[in-house]
Design a protein around this ligand. Structure first.
Ligand code: LMR
Length: 318
């Protein structure tokens, strides 16, 4: 047991060690809190059989390196954003389509439905298996100047995740996109390497992005959600009773925290407002402008995703 693991547990002889590496804050964050709760349940209910150690805040790996680490057996569980799997599958681009999901209930319906469940296996050719989805929420834009309509962003540079859909979305606004690892965002905003960013309230608050921006605009333009991913080889290596109990506990904890994710983000939004930082709301007309500007992005990625997958997501939304 290293002292850096957040959910500390002394792993006993004979226990399966499950290292869970992620990049966000351990507290006040839907994924961070879910990871801790998962470890607490595994370490209590599977004592003697399995032991989970959680490594938050990119302290072990960032989201690119963690995929390799899963295959090498250096960690057993990760939960990168669905925007970060483009080297393995283009199907997850559906989750990035701007203004596709208007709330997390629509995301629940889609992810629990046939297509959502089928997509858990989209990376099987690479030896990865999705255990399930872990929710964050909808994203907001911030910049070093006020953003009320997309043309306010013209010429600015925004940090994006490693997602070509995000790049296309930023370019549709007449702005420039720069892909950067999560842990580099605060510094890049502070030093002016980028002018703005887009993320959920929980990431904007826990990473303090709002401190180095003019304000944040509640655009709710795109989803940020995660895939809890492991290596098929590791999962298959578990004794059936250990695997079943692990998967059952995972599903229960994911459901519990997914149902809480909207509230956790709302709490973070309130905390930002309480600091006196500016949070801007859009009028219906301004919101229509954002939706219209980003519409062409859908056509660009339709073939990669598959019309059947898009139809299922749109249907679940209506
Ligand atoms: C990001 O890079 O902005 C997010 O994927 C980080 C996270 O895990 O929420």
């Amino acid at each position: 047991m290293t002292s850096s693991a957040y959910a500390a547990d002394d792993c006993g002889d004979g226990e399966v060690i499950i290292k869970f590496s992620h990049v966000v804050a351990a507290q006040g964050h839907p994924k961070g809190e879910m990871a801790t709760a998962l470890a607490n349940r595994i370490n209590t209910e599977m004592d003697g059989k399995a032991c989970m150690q959680v490594f938050p805040s990119s302290q072990l790996f960032d989201d690119n390196k963690v995929m390799e680490a899963l295959l090498l057996g250096d960690v057993q569980l990760a939960a990168p954003s669905l925007s970060k799997f483009e080297s393995y599958t283009l199907k997850y681009r559906v989750f990035d389509l701007p203004f596709l999901f208007s709330n997390m209930d629509a995301v629940t319906t889609f992810t629990k439905g046939d297509k959502g469940q089928e997509l858990l296996g989209a990376m099987s050719d690479y030896g990865f298996v999705g255990l399930g989805y872990v929710f964050n929420g909808l994203k907001q834009f911030s910049a070093d100047k006020p953003l009320l309509v997309p043309s306010d962003a013209k010429g600015l540079k925004f940090r994006v995740q490693t997602s070509d859909v995000a790049v296309a979305m930023i370019e549709a606004m007449g702005a420039n996109a720069q892909k950067l690892a999560f842990k580099e965002v605060y510094g890049a905003l502070q030093t002016g390497v980028v002018d703005g960013q887009e993320n959920t309230w929980s990431n904007i608050y826990t990473q303090k992005f709002f401190e180095v921006q003019d304000g944040t605009t509640e655009t709710n333009h795109q989803l940020l959600t995660y895939l809890a991913v492991t290596s098929q080889e590791w999962l298959d290596s578990l004794e059936p009773d250990v695997r079943d109990q692990f998967v059952t506990i995972f599903n229960e904890v994911a459901d519990e925290y997914n149902a809480r994710s909207t509230q956790i983000n709302e709490d973070n939004k309130k905390k930002i407002e309480e600091t006196g930082a500016v949070v801007r709301q859009l009028t219906p007309e301004q919101r229509d402008e954002w939706v219209e500007t980003m519409k062409p992005v859908w056509d660009k990625f339709r073939d990669d995703i598959g019309q059947d997958v898009i139809d299922a997501a749109v249907l679940d939304e209506t």
